[in-house]
Ligand binder design. Structure first.
Ligand SMILES: Cc1cc2nc3c(=O)[nH]c(=O)nc-3n(C[C@H](O)[C@H](O)[C@H](O)COP(=O)(O)OP(=O)(O)OC[C@H]3O[C@@H](n4cnc5c(N)ncnc54)[C@H](O)[C@@H]3O)c2cc1C
Length: 198
């Protein structure tokens, strides 16, 4: 699994007054606007504590996510407020090498190996017979890897982290959430520092 932050809300030299703005500062400007006060970092922590979370919807984060399973993708895309661009199984031919195998299954487990091999052989055979990739893929396992670009605002991201870093979440999405938490704690700690990791 590889997760990279590829873009997030930041200032721009063209925006003279706001050229050095960071995600939390933008949210602080939005919050201060509500009260016609001066933007302060502490205002944001207070808003989050009180549940006035719409002010953190102004900060956005975009990640490139590689090497997660389709099983994990199905869980991730339940987060409806995020924007997704996922590798198309209709147009891209899948590759047997790109698979996620859970630790609970032994690396050489014959049951796993045989099932995967059968599925891939059948997938490849159907394509050779002229069946479109979009139809042959119906045979592919949930272990199949995928890649996506996903964008979310800080409020949606906090909801994702709360739910998916929790011990009830499955290991793969939990791992992804842990990586993302580490990244955003560097990019915008004020927006996420109250979320605990376990
Ligand atoms: C441990 C765990 C187990 C799960 N098990 C299952 C399962 O067995 N089966 C299953 O189907 N799903 C399961 N889910 C998925 C879960 O039900 C959510 O769909 C998923 O976590 C996305 O959360 P969300 O709706 O808060 O996120 P988002 O879709 O990003 O929504 C964010 C927030 O916006 C608000 N919101 C969004 N849409 C609506 C709406 N239509 N109405 C009202 N408020 C809305 C809510 O406040 C919501 O929390 C599981 C999730 C977890 C973490």
């Amino acid at each position: 699994m590889n997760i990279e932050l590829i873009a997030y809300t930041q200032g721009n030299p063209l925006l003279k007054k706001y050229k050095d703005i960071a995600p939390a500062e933008l949210c602080a400007i939005a919050a201060a606007q509500c009260y016609q006060s001066t933007p302060k970092a502490a205002t944001i922590s207070g808003c989050i504590r009180r549940g006035h979370e719409s002010v953190i919807e102004h900060a956005n984060f975009t990640f490139l996510v590689e090497g997660i399973s389709r099983a994990c993708l199905a869980q991730w895309t339940r987060h409806r407020l995020m924007s997704y661009s996922v590798k198309s199984q209709r147009y891209c031919r899948e590759n047997e090498i790109d698979m996620v195998q859970p630790d609970t299954v032994d690396k050489d487990d014959p049951v796993w190996k045989e099932a995967i091999e059968k599925a891939w052989n059948a997938y490849n055979k159907l394509i050779e017979q002229g069946v479109p990739k979009q139809d042959a893929r119906y045979l592919l396992p949930n272990a199949c890897c995928t890649t996506m670009v996903v964008t979310m605002n800080a409020r949606s991201l906090r909801n994702f982290l709360k739910l998916r870093m929790d011990s009830h979440a499955q290991w793969e999405i939990r791992k992804a959430a842990g990586i993302i938490y580490g990244i955003v704690m560097e990019a915008a700690p004020t927006l996420f520092e109250d979320l605990k990791t376990s």
